[in-house]
Design a protein around this ligand. Structure first.
Ligand SMILES: [Zn+2]
Length: 254
């Protein structure tokens, strides 16, 4: 089982022991733990993930990969894209994320598209955040902006639009992107996931907890899996959303 989206730098040490006992691997993502007063503060955040967090996971026997990128709520001034690219090449980095849009300002859109373009050039998977507020509007904006990059079908399959809801799935269903199902207070419940996988083909869904400093449940992936099983969802569907789709999208060797 895999938790495809967490923020390990905001979790206690004890969670690493728990995750090691439950998961084949987890993927931690860069986010907005601080106001990024300068580009260097952002790099310190990346360094902490790549040096401290991955090491902490290793000590606990937990396999952890990282996605690195500029979150729309953590945009610094004077971004050096060459330095950013050098971070995308570092050991342990398997994708660009989480990036995306929050308020759809011109600056956010420019930085979002620049990062997707670099990911495309480097053939790296991309994890795209959608916000809690104005989710449907922002989801449409993300799709329209991605459209301007003329991405290949092959590359679109390396992109996941995160934190989808029953309202945004219909907007996204005709695209080729993967869709992240986040079971977390204020996002989806396991009942919502049950309704979603009962109505849509499971092949593009990635289950996760988005465990962070916001109210979260580190057990939400295994709890959702057992609740789906109790409601009669087949093992192959549960395995697809809680393991196989993530392995395929990120080309994980586990
Ligand atoms: Zn997140």
């Amino acid at each position: 089982m895999i938790d495809s989206h967490i923020h390990s730098d905001s979790r206690p040490y004890e969670d690493f022991e728990i995750m090691a006992a439950i998961f084949d691997c987890v993927i931690t993502h860069a986010h907005d733990p601080l106001k990024m007063r300068s580009f260097d503060v952002l790099l310190d955040h990346f360094d902490r993930i790549l040096e401290v967090e991955i090491e902490k996971a290793k000590k606990n026997g937990l396999k952890m990969y990282a996605c690195i990128g500029i979150h729309p709520r953590a945009i610094p001034k004077n971004i050096d894209y060459d330095v950013l690219k050098s971070y995308f090449k570092k050991e342990g980095v398997i994708g660009v994320g989480e990036i995306g849009l929050e308020k759809c300002t011109k600056n956010e859109i420019e930085i979002f598209l620049n990062q997707v373009s670099i990911a495309k050039e480097m053939n790296l998977p991309v994890v795209i955040h959608t916000p809690r507020t104005n989710k449907e509007y922002v989801t449409r904006e993300i799709l329209e902006n991605l459209e301007t990059l003329s991405l290949s079908l092959e590359f679109k399959k390396k992109i996941v639009i995160e934190h989808v809801t029953k309202e945004t799935i219909p907007i996204l269903w005709d695209t080729d992107y993967n869709l992240g199902l986040t079971v977390q207070p204020q996002k989806l419940s396991s009942k919502d996931v049950f309704e979603i996988v009962s109505n849509y083909c499971e092949k593009r869904f990635l289950l996760n907890s988005d465990s962070s400093s916001a109210p979260s449940d580190i057990f939400s992936v295994p709890k959702t899996a057992s609740k789906l099983k109790a409601k009669g969802i087949s093992n192959s569907i549960i395995k697809a959303i809680s393991h196989e789709n993530t392995v395929r999208m990120f080309n994980l060797k586990i």
